[in-house]
Design a binder for this molecule. Sequence first.
Ligand SMILES: Nc1ncnc2c1ncn2[C@@H]1O[C@H](COP(=O)(O)OP(=O)(O)O)[C@@H](O)[C@H]1O
Ligand SMILES: [Mg+2]
Length: 255
Amino acid sequence: MSIEVNNLTKIYRLKHGQKKLAVDNISFTIPDGEIIGFIGPNGAGKSTTIKMMTGILVPDNGSVSIDGLNFKKNRKEIMMKTGVVFGQKSVLCWDIPVIDSLKLFRDMYRVPNDVYKENMAVFTEILGLDEFINQPPRLLSLGQRMKADLTASLIYNPDILFLDEPTIGIDVLSKERIRQFIKKTNEERHTTIILTTHDVSDIESLCEKMIIIDKGSLIYDGTLPKLKSIYRTTDLEEIIKKIYLAGEEGNAKIC
Ligand SMILES: Nc1ncnc2c1ncn2[C@@H]1O[C@H](COP(=O)(O)OP(=O)(O)O)[C@@H](O)[C@H]1O
Ligand SMILES: [Mg+2]
């Protein structure tokens, strides 16, 4: 499913009448079946944008359209078709075994039993769910918790998956497994994936296209090879550093 974001804007209202413009009039389109690297420095507005794209926050201006559907009219329909994982906040119940949370998701999203069983078999094989599925999230490592969250967000076969820093704080091997899992999900299920990460290898191994934002504004929307050709280097880490530095100096425009 494709996503269309038009003039999206979010202003947080702070104490004493102060305001923070977190997302400033951004527009982009994400075609069906792509994996997009959504990047920007800390505080750029990535999570705020994802929250508006998943209906968690209401924009102050602009709109999000998911395959022609919008949150005002088709909220439930969109919810059934999208999954979201926040690396810094679990969707699972902290104190109950992971398996029980997964069953809750199954019931909430009315996943047929055969689909549930098949998905669990696939996810168990790739993510090694057996190791920890009977334990509550509070006893899990960060990597295990992320694998559990990924399972929960995909158990109902969403067409779009939002991943906000899914590899943050995770060891290299678990990271690699999670990457493989994301790639496989995209290839085999044709899931459209929006991936926020600070890990350059995540981008290199998964994303053909990138959207970069800084201080709430869109500064790049294009392919990874094009970005490399603009900067005349294949060193993505170097490119990102340059972009963020230019942003700090107040001239972050690339495209
Ligand atoms: N709930 C909130 N209330 C007030 N300000 C917020 C809130 N959430 C985020 N912000 C501010 O909005 C800006 C964008 O934040 P965020 O979307 O979390 O950025 P990112 O995910 O790119 O790090 C930051 O300046 C942040 O401090
Ligand atoms: Mg964030």
